[in-house]
Design a protein around this ligand. Structure first.
Ligand code: K1U
Ligand code: ZN
Length: 172
């Protein structure tokens, strides 16, 4: 089932999500819904707070080329345990700020640990778009958006655009 993606500004996007203690069937169903919502958007990642659930759960699939085998990843309690000194700049977007993009600098390579839907601990090194995306999604779990990396003026400009968009959408 597709879920509604919250749009910035929304207080739920600014809150830290709580660790998942027990991976229940309900949380597994939520992760399925999040993958369906992400693919439909379309996007390459989604964090539970973006659908209004303040649990530490993200999904991602950065296989972009049509015809390539998809690689959906579901991560409960993801953590970056090591980051490279080298950085990478990527023009990021966010499904909670549609059609707005900005360059963000982040570590180029990250080691991430998480629990999979069966409760098994996982660890992997990510680079390229996967590294950018997993960091963007973990930021969502900490109430941080990509615009928080920008200069205040640019951030305010993007927030104003979003307030206007939300007003227009509410008017119908
Ligand atoms: O978290 C989100 O809002 C999803 C976001 C993830 C992301 C994008 C770019 C850099 C870092 C993280 C998106 O998926 S925005 C849409 C997007 O980037 C995309 C959509 C279709 C094809 C390819 C990319
Ligand atoms: Zn986002």
């Amino acid at each position: 089932m597709k879920r509604t993606i919250l749009l910035h500004p929304d207080p739920r996007l600014k809150k830290a999500a709580k660790p998942v203690e027990d991976i229940t069937d309900e949380l597994r169903a939520l992760s399925d819904d999040m993958l369906a919502t992400m693919y439909d958007a379309p996007g390459i990642g989604l964090a539970a707070p973006q659908v209004g659930v303040l649990d530490r759960l993200i999904v991602l699939d950065c296989v972009k080329k049509e015809g390539d085998t998809p690689r959906p990843l579901v991560m409960f309690n993801p953590e970056v345990i090591a980051s490279s000194e080298e950085t990478n700049v990527y023009e990021e977007g966010c499904l909670s700020l549609p059609d707005l993009f900005a360059d963000v600098t982040r570590p180029e390579i990250v080691d991430v640990t998480w629990m999979d839907p069966d409760g098994r601990p996982q660890q992997e090194t990510f680079d390229g778009l996967w590294a950018t995306c997993v960091q963007h999604e973990i930021d969502h779990l900490n109430g941080k958006l990509f615009i928080d990396y920008l200069k205040p003026l640019k951030r305010q400009m993007m927030t104003r655009k979003m307030v206007k968009l939300k007003r227009e959408l509410a008017r119908g």
